[in-house]
Design a protein around this ligand. Structure first.
Ligand SMILES: NC(=O)c1ccc[n+]([C@@H]2O[C@H](COP(=O)([O-])OP(=O)(O)OC[C@H]3O[C@@H](n4cnc5c(N)ncnc54)[C@H](OP(=O)(O)O)[C@@H]3O)[C@@H](O)[C@H]2O)c1
Length: 314
């Protein structure tokens, strides 16, 4: 077994991320990583830091609003400093767990980008890019995917929209004008951001070389988490009710599976953006492999990150 070193996880304050952090901290001596918890500063971040410390982990909290690239860069610098100073063990894994589904696609991040694309995708591309030189091989980057990027019978029945890919500058542009009622636009933005993560995973692996393995985790549908917190109240109530159906995925059950992606020998050789649905290595749909889109997304991302706040996308 590789010495577990340090794991950085984003979005540890609730649900999937919190249970993944608790699962990592709860491992026995010799298998327990140090933790860098990157989340919005406040009570929830302090609480999960205390809970994970109580389980025996060495923990650093890094306050960061992923809707601000300046905050993300500062968080990366704090993580780099902690690693360089030996305040935590070598960085072996980064789990890009934080996510959101903005209920209004006109909402912009601090940098002027559409909120769902900015938080799920751009913030993590910035964070990972800033930390690439700080990993110690063998290392892992685990990204959070979602099967909503493509439609199937159930998703059609539940009106969960699939991705509708567009040029990345379009995806980064907040909507304008009247927002159609319902969650369709938000759902498409979410699915597009998750498809971007699949494309990014493939391109990242091509560019980082041998020492870092890139994979994508899908926790299964976990109805009732805070992801849908901006949805109409009735929809949230239905979602919470669905979450109580026996067999539904839950953060409590999927959190440890996410922790396993970062730490367990089972997944040590997983790379190339391989996609794991809970515990099952799964082939993605053909739409999720597109080297030309992947290359273009990489270039566009570099531009969006470099010129954050300067693009006149509205
Ligand atoms: N729920 C599902 O069915 C499902 C299915 C497939 C994939 N996923 C993916 O799994 C991951 C976790 O989902 P979840 O259901 O646990 O979601 P959740 O309950 O909404 O938790 C999301 C986490 O991301 C953090 N976050 C959101 N916006 C942030 C921001 N601007 N800055 C910093 N942190 C921010 C939240 O922090 P705060 O506590 O500060 O809000 C929270 O810790 C996401 O990437 C999601 O897309 C979920």
């Amino acid at each position: 077994m590789t010495e577990p070193g340090t794991v950085l996880i984003t979005g540890p304050t609730r649900n999937l991320g919190r249970h993944a952090a608790l699962s990592m901290a709860g491992r026995p001596d010799g298998h327990r990583p140090d933790l860098l918890l990157v989340g919005r500063a406040g009570r929830d971040l302090t609480a999960v830091a205390e809970e994970t410390r109580a389980l025996g982990a060495r923990v650093h909290e890094i306050g960061c609003d992923l809707a601000s690239l300046a905050d993300v860069r500062a968080a990366a610098a704090t993580a780099r400093d902690a690693l360089a100073a030996g305040a935590v063990r070598p960085l072996r894994a980064l789990v890009a767990n934080a996510g959101t589904m903005s209920p209004d696609t006109r909402r912009a991040s601090a940098d002027g980008y559409e909120m769902t694309f900015a938080v799920n995708y751009l913030a993590h591309a910035q964070l990972i890019g800033d930390l690439l030189g700080s990993f110690t091989a063998p290392a892992r980057v685990v990204l959070l995917g979602s099967n909503t990027y493509h439609a199937n019978f159930w998703r059609k029945l539940l009106h969960v929209p699939e991705a509708d890919w567009a040029d990345p500058f379009e995806l980064a542009r907040p909507a304008t004008g009247e927002q159609a009622p319902g969650m369709a636009a938000s759902g498409i933005a979410y699915s597009n951001a998750k498809l971007a993560i699949l494309y990014y995973a493939h391109e990242l692996q091509r560019r980082v070389g041998a020492g870092i393995n890139v994979s994508v985790f899908e926790p299964g549908w976990m109805p009732g988490t805070a992801l849908g917190r901006g949805a109409p109240k009735a929809l949230q109530a239905i979602s919470r009710a669905l979450g109580r159906i026996p067999g539904a995925s839950t953060p409590l059950r999927s959190g440890p599976l996410l922790a396993a992606m970062a730490l367990d020998d089972t997944w040590a050789e997983l790379r190339d953006g391989a996609f794991v649905l809970k515990t099952k290595l799964t082939e993605v749909q053909p739409i999720a492999h597109n080297p030309s889109r992947e290359h273009h997304l990489w270039e566009a991302t570099a531009n969006l990150l470099k010129h954050a706040g300067e693009h006149n996308l509205s």
